[in-house]
Design a protein around this ligand. Structure first.
Ligand code: PL3
Ligand code: FE2
Ligand code: FE2
Length: 238
């Protein structure tokens, strides 16, 4: 089980609070917040979709999906609180490559790929982002994000446990799906880095926290350290 590990220590410049009222902050927030809202909405849709591939799990997956809608509402309130309008078209483009891969896997009934994309990669990405955001968030958003990050561990654990229970039969599909999708997460991180910096979120902290959740999840599934290193290398080679 992934634990509620404390986020990696923020860098000194990262720990200073930004000026939440500045135009620069609000401009960056309009995209980052939209990414989070879109991510939560797509996470909802993805869990419902996975339920169609795993009918005996549909009830549990519906419960997870509902949590995502609650997250979405929370982050929508964060933008309203700052007087920011989320740039949703930007966020829809941001998720397009990963969404397309998820939809293709869904159409082929590839549940391992769907779970890797949603319950491992997207959840680990969200957990790292929320960890790094919490110390530099405005007080209203901090409270909401702290509640959300606990739920995201439930989602990561769900994917982890299913994959663990099926380890013997998933290896090949998992490796290919990882090769196809981990580089996309890397690109997404690169794309969000400049706006995240305006929010005082450090790119290397984000990357380190992501890799830590990813590695912990894969160890829990039952992959060896050597296998995980090979999987992670896929993001470097691209
Ligand atoms: C799944 O439960 C959620 C998927 C959301 C994806 C989040 C991506 C985060 C990008 C960087 C955001 C920093 C956090 C700011 C919060 C307003
Ligand atoms: Fe969520
Ligand atoms: Fe989630």
């Amino acid at each position: 089980m992934a634990t509620l590990a404390s986020p990696l220590a923020a860098s000194p410049e990262g720990s200073a609070l930004p000026n939440f009222e500045s135009e620069a902050y609000k401009d960056a927030y309009s995209r980052i917040n939209a990414i989070v809202i879109e991510g939560e909405q797509e996470a909802h849709d993805n869990y419902v979709a996975i339920g169609t591939l795993l009918p005996d799990q549909a009830e549990e997956l519906t419960r997870l999906a509902r949590m995502e809608l609650k997250h979405m509402k929370g982050f929508t309130a964060c933008a309203a609180n700052l007087g920011v309008t989320a740039d949703m078209p930007f966020a829809q483009d941001f998720f397009a490559p990963l969404r397309n891969n998820f939809q293709a896997a869904l159409a082929e009934g590839k549940v391992v790929t769907c779970l890797l994309i949603q319950a491992i990669l997207i959840e680990a990405f969200a957990i790292s982002a929320y960890h790094i955001y919490i110390p530099v968030a405005d007080p209203f958003a901090r409270k909401i994000t702290e509640g959300v990050v606990k739920d995201e561990y439930t989602h990561l654990n769900y994917g982890q446990e299913w994959l663990k229970a099926n380890l013997d039969s998933i290896r090949e599909e998992f490796e290919q799906a990882n090769r196809d999708n981990l580089p996309l997460v890397r690109t997404m991180l690169d794309q969000v880095a400049a706006d995240a910096a305006v929010l005082h979120m450090d790119k290397e902290d984000l990357m380190a926290d992501f890799l830590s959740s990813y590695q912990e999840a894969l160890l829990e599934i039952g992959f060896t350290g050597r296998e995980i290193a090979r999987f992670a290398a896929a993001a470097l080679v691209g």
